[in-house]
Design a protein around this ligand. Structure first.
Ligand SMILES: Cc1cc2nc3c(=O)[nH]c(=O)nc-3n(C[C@H](O)[C@H](O)[C@H](O)COP(=O)(O)OP(=O)(O)OC[C@H]3O[C@@H](n4cnc5c(N)ncnc54)[C@H](O)[C@@H]3O)c2cc1C
Length: 605
């Protein structure tokens, strides 16, 4: 791989790498693509994987429960049944041809992965073991079927290690801890893509990677929500870069909430816990899923279970009247918990101090998975528009891409399958393009732009803190664009996002103030010195002096997360409606600040 250091007066100092293909992202999708690129182009091919994390820290490693394929190793199954479930689970918004490819290719993909060294759990006869997962059924909805292949509850970790080791064996070049900030597209949004520009995080140096084909496999963006199962790194970089470059995005409103996040923390307790026989109970000890999904019960698809939990909470059947219900796995016994679900058992012990063998586990839905993203065809080629024009040289796979195989709701275990099937197909298609493509034309404007962005950030003396803006957005996304989204809530959200950041008392200003106060309280609590001090902050909405008496009481109750519907009887009817709405969509101070500030007016709009 050649490296040059450009140093002319007109251009910033940029290190240049010339490769055949660049893969951005070292999760399952990126690594499988890199592997196929090497296999198809041979040992001389210059294939680089750029990752802002060390590869084995990619989020695929956090995937717990399994990866599905209709292997039928433990009971009868067919890929056509899997296909039916995928289309139905996605609320019939799935691209059915693409889903057919995924479900059909699944069987061969899992066997290939096993041949690469993947340590799947085995049956007593030595076959790949399989377990049940939500929404996967026998014969088009008759009953749950065992379709998820797994490696204990560390399936993603095992996949990541397997693929990483194979890439090292084939001499793929890794650029660890480089953050890609832009695409090279010298001729604009129509393409071609001729490389990427990245910041080396350890040195702040700008690197220009030129290549005949570029794959984005940058993962999801759960961190746009406050409570999420996603790691801090899942910030949607690839999707945002494509969007900034004028490319369309698809199905961005389809974001999945997983029913069993750990209460208040959001960490995931995989569906495998219910697949192994766990079930949900409400505050009255009732197995409520029997009412909402009589056949699949606790293994109904995630959107159904998440909505059911909210309906229970809204009806006052949350535990202790609060906004959570319980997961009961006590009956599974020590052997299943310790051998098949060891990580999750450990999470419950570590983070809650509870023993799942004897205690009920508090759960609430958590923001989990992006069904939407950069639109592609079934070979990972990025689409430039609704008529299917392609962007030459540009590919996307994995959670940042939208092949449209998950429609409005992804089935559990279909994501690891998606990253493997479409990561692999993208790698093969890229190899084909690399063979035919001409030498890439550099995009110096992109290099200059990234360097200017870096310099502006590093030299800035004042202004808003990006972390505060992000915290505001995460708050408002969680309260207004969660499991239930009403017209009123979305309208509030839209206004929040668009209001100017002046000091005019507009909703966004209110949000910022509330966030600043939280920040201040958190800093005080942790004994940290940075950040605003409590005394510095402007007055806040839930300061009693700014509100009339009932508003103040509702604000304080809700702000502290203590309000129950019964406590709001004394409020004016309109305000009570607002407060109930807040409770239903999970109360927190920012949503509250907006709603209470508007008071009765906000309701009648
Ligand atoms: C807790 C949890 C459990 C899950 N369990 C399951 C399960 O059991 N079964 C299932 O099917 N699915 C599961 N999923 C979903 C599944 O794990 C993910 O959708 C999938 O692993 C995403 O893989 P990926 O290759 O697309 O991206 P990731 O594995 O997230 O990798 C993204 C890569 O992109 C890199 N990157 C991002 N931005 C940049 C940038 N700007 N510059 C350079 N590099 C960048 C990162 O460093 C990383 O290497 C789970 C998800 C979570 C959160």
């Amino acid at each position: 791989m050649s490296v040059r250091l450009a140093d002319t007066p007109a251009r910033p100092r940029v290190r240049t790498h010339e490769l055949d293909a660049v893969v951005v992202g070292a999760g399952g999708a990126g690594l499988y693509a890199a592997l196929e690129l090497k296999r198809n182009l041979g040992p001389e091919a210059r294939i680089g994987v750029i990752s802002k994390l060390y590869p084995s820290r990619s989020h695929t490693g956090a995937a717990q429960g399994g990866v599905c394929a209709a292997l039928g190793t433990t009971e009868e199954d067919h890929w056509e049944w899997h296909w039916f479930d995928t289309v139905k689970g996605g609320d019939y918004l799935v691209d059915q041809d693409a889903a057919e490819v995924m479900c059909h290719d699944a069987v061969e993909t899992i066997i290939n992965l096993e041949h690469l060294g993947m340590p799947f759990n085995r049956t007593e006869e030595g076959r790949i073991d399989q377990r049940r997962f939500g929404g996967h059924t026998r014969n088009e909805g008759e009953a749950p079927v065992r379709r998820a292949c797994f490696a204990a509850d560390r399936t993603g970790h095992a996949i990541l290690q397997t693929l990483f080791q194979q890439c090292i064996r084939l001499d793929v070049a890794f650029y660890d801890e480089y953050q890609v900030l832009d695409l090279q597209m010298p001729d604009g949004p129509g393409g071609p893509v001729t490389g990427v520009v990245a910041l080396q995080t350890s040195t702040s140096e700008i690197h220009s990677f030129r290549a005949k084909a570029v794959l984005f496999a940058t993962g999801g963006f759960g961190k746009i929500f406050k409570v999420t199962s996603n790691a801090h790194t899942l910030t949607g970089d690839g999707v945002a870069i494509a969007y900034r470059r004028g490319l369309p995005l698809e199905d961005m409103e389809f974001f999945q909430f997983h029913p069993t996040g750990m209460y208040k923390l959001g960490f995931l307790l995989s569906e495998a816990m219910r697949g192994e026989g766990g079930f949900l109970v409400n505050g009255e000890g009732e197995r409520f899923m029997e009412r909402y999904a009589p056949t699949m019960k606790d293994l109904a698809s995630r959107d159904v279970v998440s909505r059911s939990i909210y309906q229970e909470i809204a009806a006052g059947r949350g535990v202790g009247g609060k906004d959570f219900v319980h997961l009961d796995v006590r009956h599974l016994g020590a052997q299943v918990l310790n051998e098949k679900l060891p990580d999750m058992t450990g999470f419950i012990r570590t983070y809650f101090g509870l023993d799942p063998l004897t205690d009920l586990v508090p759960i609430q839905p958590t923001a989990h998975y992006a069904m939407g993203g950069i639109p592609t065809d079934i070979d990972g080629r990025v689409l430039a528009d609704e008529v299917g024009r392609l962007v030459p040289g540009f590919y996307a796979a994995g959670e940042c891409a939208c092949v449209s195989v998950h429609g409005g709701n992804r089935l559990g275990t279909n994501s690891l399958l998606d990253i493997l099937v479409f990561g692999r197909r993208a790698g093969i298609a890229m190899a084909d393009e690399v063979r035919r493509a001409e030498a890439p034309v550099p995009d110096h404007a992109a290099e200059v732009g990234v360097a200017a962005q870096r310099d502006a950030l590093l030299s800035r003396a004042d202004g808003e803190r990006p972390a505060v803006i992000r915290a505001e957005l995460a708050e408002v996304m969680f309260s207004h664009c969660g499991v239930y989204r009403t017209g009123v809530l979305l309208e509030e959200c839209r206004r929040c996002a668009r209001f100017p950041r002046g000091d005019g008392g507009e909703p966004l200003v209110l949000l910022r103030r509330a966030a600043a106060q939280h920040d201040a309280k958190a800093a005080q609590h942790d004994g940290r010195e940075e950040g605003p001090r409590v005394g510095d902050a402007p007055r806040f909405l839930h300061d009693e002096r700014e509100l009339d008496e009932p508003q103040a009481r509702a604000a304080l109750l809700l702000g502290e997360g203590q309000a129950q519907p019964a406590q709001l009887g004394h409020l004016a009817p309109e305000l009570r409606a607002v407060a109930l709405g807040v409770i239903e969509h999970r109360p927190h101070v920012l949503g509250l600040a907006l709603l209470v500030e508007r008071g009765a007016d906000g309701v009648s709009q």
